[in-house]
Design a protein around this ligand. Structure first.
Ligand code: DAK
Length: 259
């Protein structure tokens, strides 16, 4: 296993994860997936943290895809298993209890675009480029890209990107809804931390449940409206909601405890 493929930096209540394979434009190999899986499994439901930023090493690429050199030799069964494993790891990110923002500092292609889409928001440098070029390799996306792209930009635009393998620039990605904010190169992480800092002042249980509710919309097995009234009840009964109301009346900032 390669060391340091994922740099983990704690900054106050946040973590900054940097995918660190600059010589391969931060392509996702098995070691990177393993490190991401370990990190998100270890910290699940840890409310001492308020948000995560994922970015890429250097200034050229966020992640230029799955590692083509690693997956080229796999057979059908191995491919299916690896795709499922990768999907499960990205589900962990999408279902994480605190917001995860992709700070897209360059190419986000194939698996890189898929990783960014599994995050709750995307902040892109204005030099960033997005694409799902799998068909160039005779492949379909393997980490949820065919589904999340539709969710974010709609069926027609998703099909065009998937079928042509074209890259789109940050402006087009922003206009399409793929990207939440566009910033000067080098400012992607700062802007992401600014957004996370704002969210960090809110009720943590409510933030977590908002993430779950938005995900519920896309889960065919879940009735999102039913989940909403249940979550509304549980947040209303929480200590944090009592503190929120008290703080409002007393004209002060609430001190939430995730209880
Ligand atoms: N994998 C491995 N190495 C990569 C890479 C990648 N995806 N992308 C770039 N590199 C490496 C290059 O090989 C090169 O290494 P050296 O030759 O110097 O050793 C180095 O990074 C610098 O790249 P370039 O020299 O190509 O840099 P340029 O500025 O000229 O071009 C580029 C930048 C991003 C346009 C170009 O590198 C490029 O087209 N990269 C490939 C983009 C791409 O097609 N990505 C893969 C998309 S498909 C699976 C699940 C999912 C998937 C596959 C399997 N299973 C479960 C099995 C998903 C697949 C994808 O992501």
């Amino acid at each position: 296993m390669q060391d340091n493929v994922l740099l983990i930096e704690r900054k106050d209540q946040f973590y900054i994860l940097t995918i660190n394979r600059p010589d391969a434009l931060n392509a996702l190999n098995n070691d990177v997936f393993h490190a991401l899986d370990t990190f998100f499994t270890r910290l699940y439901k840890d409310y001492t943290i308020k948000g995560i930023v994922i970015t890429g090493s250097g200034s050229k690429a966020f992640v230029a895809g799955a590692d083509i050199k690693e997956f080229a030799s796999l057979d059908e069964t191995q491919g299916r298993m690896l795709s499922k494993k990768g999907q499960d790891i990205l589900f962990k990110i999408e279902r994480f209890h605190v917001p995860v923002i992709a700070a897209v500092n360059g190419f986000a292609l194939g698996g890189g675009c898929e990783l960014a889409m599994a995050c709750h928001m995307r902040v892109a440098g204005n030099h960033a480029k997005f694409g799902q070029p799998e068909v160039n390799l005779g492949l379909v996306p393997g980490y949820g890209g065919s589904q999340r792209l539709i969710q974010l930009i709609g069926k027609g635009r998703a099909l065009e990107l998937l079928l042509t393998a074209d890259m789109i620039d940050a402006t087009t990605a922003h206009q399409s809804g793929l990207v939440n904010h566009m910033v000067e190169p080098g400012q992607e992480v700062n802007k992401s931390l600014e957004i996370l800092s704002k969210i960090a002042t809110k009720g943590p249980l409510a933030v977590s449940q908002c993430i779950g509710l938005v995900n519920a919309y896309y889960d065919k097995d879940v009735d999102g409206f039913e989940q909403e009234y249940n979550d509304f009840g549980s947040t209303l009964g929480s200590e944090d909601a009592k503190e929120g109301a008290r703080a409002f009346v007393e004209k002060r900032k609430p001190e939430f405890k995730a209880q």
